[in-house]
Design a protein around this ligand. Sequence first.
Ligand code: ATP
Length: 305
Amino acid sequence: MRDKLSNMIAIEDLTFSYPGKKPVINGLNLHVDGGAIYGFIGANGAGKSTTIRNMLGLLEPRQGKVYIMGKEISTAKLEIMQKTGHLIDAPAFYGHLTCLENLQLLHCYYKFDRSRVEAVLKMTGLWEQRRLLFSKCSTGMKQRLSIARSIIHQPKLLILDEPLNGLDPEWVVAIRNLLKEINQQGTTIFFSSHLLSEMEKLATHVGILKDGHLTLELPMQTLLAQHQQLQVTIFLDRTEQLHTLFNNGHIQVKQTFNDNSATFRLDNKTQLHLLLQTLITNNYRILDLNTDQPGLEEIFLHYNS
Ligand SMILES: Nc1ncnc2c1ncn2[C@@H]1O[C@H](COP(=O)(O)OP(=O)(O)OP(=O)(O)O)[C@@H](O)[C@H]1O
């Protein structure tokens, strides 16, 4: 629904430029429905962090408005921030305090139940290291503490800039699962990431930022369904006559190779049966086969080229 008052986040015609520079964000419109997990993609320097800083009211747009939970960020920042958790690249922690103390300090601002400190330290695997000074933490631990900080007050909305940065593969999976769980409990999530295979597993909606505005904003399922084309590589006993056999219709021979393999492009998975049946009927021996369907990574490269 394209309504700034009912969307969890609505950005309307946002333009932003750093002093003396041409606009990084230029007429950006973006909408996040309540309950969504919205993945925000863009090449390096596309302006994702700048957009997020505008969303959080940390930067002042030259033009346009940001509405969070139906309220304009510039006029209701404190109220919105009480209900929003965020993670941006520079974590606001004291190096001379422990992980535990850094989180306990937040109580005077957010007034959460004190048991939340232990709960979020456990969720992010930091309970054992809770007495370690922040300055002594590894990059991954600092990132996990930032995530713990963002969820400590059980916000209605989470805005996360590259939450998976600096995490080892095990923690990437654990944080992905944690975010899914938090979303199922009712928190809307907006996040940016360069890990597109992870985004594909987590996000329900995707927005692609290019040249200062969105070139695409769709539910993940719709986007993937629009790119159902399948590439199949088949190893055969011979490749002669393949081009003649598949010279029209939904199955195309993309290329044949000297090792008697051939790549085919199919409109969708349902064509696979027809392809194999045609080969068998024409006395080709099928020795091996693999399929490759475009994921979010390939789709992004397609839209960003
Ligand atoms: N404080 C600043 N002053 C001037 N220019 C800036 C500043 N911060 C960012 N920029 C510029 O604004 C543009 C967008 O940067 P931004 O960090 O928002 O992109 P991004 O999409 O988050 O990139 P990345 O994926 O590399 O993190 C870049 O050209 C960058 O050099």
